[in-house]
Write a protein that binds this ligand. Structure first.
Ligand code: FMN
Length: 166
């Protein structure tokens, strides 16, 4: 395979995405409640920010048809997806307003809780930062759940699992 070096810009959008895709991540689904019902979005821009206070972030695409739902919400839940939740992560990437395939329940603040996830961070909005074509959303984590299991991985545009080196 040939090596590519370039200055990112409008002409190099795809190449820039390819380079970013070399960084393997976990996969999360962020959910919130809206006046029209529950909304979800599959997200791999999730990152931890601070332990004290407990803060996490994710980045929301300004072009998304879910922008209004997520850019203004006060309460949302970030679900770290398990390997066996691959189909659900794909479904929520395609459609954020159809929950018919999901097993979920609202918590006391209305956040839709998906069952079977590996970890869940129940957040209250802490800050929003403009960042180019995305909005950085920082949440204060109010409750955490996690369980043993294998996480879903995303790298170079593909879903997969985690393989130990040895
Ligand atoms: C693995 C994966 C990671 C994604 N990460 C993000 C993300 O961090 N932020 C984001 O806004 N959209 C992300 N998306 C895209 C959304 O899940 C969704 O596909 C997109 O918003 C669809 O466009 P729509 O919202 O206009 O329907 C990701 C999609 C996939 C499959």
């Amino acid at each position: 395979m040939t090596e590519k070096t370039f200055i990112p810009g409008p002409e190099q959008r795809l190449a820039f995405r390819e380079a970013l895709g070399c960084f393997g991540t976990g996969v999360t689904v962020v959910t919130t409640n809206t006046p029209e019902g529950p909304a979800a979005i599959t997200v791999n821009s999730f990152a931890s920010v601070s332990l004290d206070p407990p803060l996490v972030l994710w980045c929301l695409d300004r072009d998304s048809n879910r922008f209004d739902a997520f850019s203004t919400c006060e309460h949302y839940a970030i679900h770290v997806m398990a390997q066996e939740q691959h189909d659900q992560a794909l479904q929520f990437a395609r459609n954020g307003f159809d929950f018919s395939h999901a097993d979920w329940q609202p918590d006391d603040d209305g956040r839709p809780r998906l069952t079977e996830c590996l970890a869940r961070f129940d957040c209250r909005l802490s800050a929003r930062h403009e960042a180019g074509d995305h909005l950085i959303i920082v949440g204060h984590v109010e409750t955490v759940m996690h369980r043993p299991g294998q996480g879903l991985i995303f790298k170079r545009g593909q879903f997969g699992g985690f393989a130990d080196l040895i």
